[in-house]
Design a protein around this ligand. Sequence first.
Ligand code: FCB
Length: 475
Amino acid sequence: MTVTTRGTAPSYLTQGRVDFPERFVWGAATASYQIEGAAKEDGRGRSIWDTFSDTPGKVFNGDNGEVACDHYHRYADDVRLMRDLGLRAYRFSVAWPRIQADGSGAPNGLGLDFYDRLVDELLDADITPYVTLYHWDLPQALEDGGGWTARDTAYRFADYAVAVHARLGDRVRSWTTLNEPWVSAFLGYGNGVHAPGRRDPGDALRAAHHLLLGHGLSAQALRSAGAEELMLVINSSLVATPAQVHDPAAAVSEADAAAVERVHSLLNRQFLDPALRGEYPAEVLATVERHAGLEHIQDGDLKTINQPIDLVGINYYNPCVVEAAPGEPADAAWPGSEDVRFATADAPKTAMGWPIVPTGLSRLLLRLSQDYPEVGLFITENGAAFDDVLTEGRVHDEDRISYLDGHLRAVHAAVEGGADVRGYLAWSLLDNFEWAEGYRRRFGLVYVDYPTQTRTPKDSALWYRDVIGRNGLAG
Ligand code: FCB
């Protein structure tokens, strides 16, 4: 099913020509497990996503990342494609099990060689690399020792980060520690929809803290090794009631307002307050204590987590819609969300069923820039899955163009409103392995025919090339 969003953008999102600030960064993003394939080559160890995908019933259709987009072998062609699309920046992640098969010890030279070649290829094409160190493919050996519920994993992560920086740091200036720690912790250890598939609220909250500790330790180590720009990427949403989604001024009950703030704390503040302020919001800490105790939060941890960073990366897809519902048990992915019902917005949906609300992005960016003025913002992911059809060498993905156009207008509105947003990276360069959804969800600007590995830029890719070329949107 396709949906069209044109005309649904509220009036404050300008319809005409829009120019972005000079030096605004344009690009696209991917992640290692989702595109690389070559799962058993050159000394790569197993990751939790290999194990999870091999477990019947976990991933749609039994799909896995063994071949994916075969990017490990086709990276040079893929970089050429990026250059042809005019991308100026490319965010990719490093597969930890390629660098340390078991998650510790001497780095594997062959694994580092791959990223070395990729970085050189990007620089030759005049594309700035943005390296993410952790986009969910934890070495299985570390999971066997407790994964992110074990404190030691945070220290292992910092060692790994240093090893990657030692090889690429002479050419890569921008380093992201973690991608979406909320998802790692609460889908990985809370509701079990993602690898490693554990389901325990205490484990999820312990994992969240150790991920933050890993962020702090690695940020500290990277900075002392000379890393120029440090970023933490979160999955972030505007949290709002069904009425507030379309009308920020909508009247809401006290209970609804409290539900909104509680979920905002669990989703956004749980990570941003420790990283940027060195403290957990009181409400979050109470939830942690209730489910996990506080012993795993050791003296000095919050100081370590609170390293100076340059940017917060925002991955935004849709708003998070909630309302007060007395007696409702907590959702497994949201320990602390008792008495809250997760609802959906009255808006067109993508193929993921995610409501399309571009103004949610403007409002989110404005709120974050007011609450955390000390840090710059960067859109590190934004995009949509639709049921694309390849006909005669073309994919006419008008819906994706509308989605991107609406969200770019939303970013622009936030910039006009004073938010310090430095760049935008579309998710994703290529159709790829969409985690528990397997290959059935296509987020790419470029269509991938998996049996032949043929790449076909969709109409949205050609449209995006023009956006980049004019540093803005046409009327
Ligand atoms: C984000 C992930 C990314 C991709 C998009 C659709 O949560 O970071 O890997 O799956 O969602």
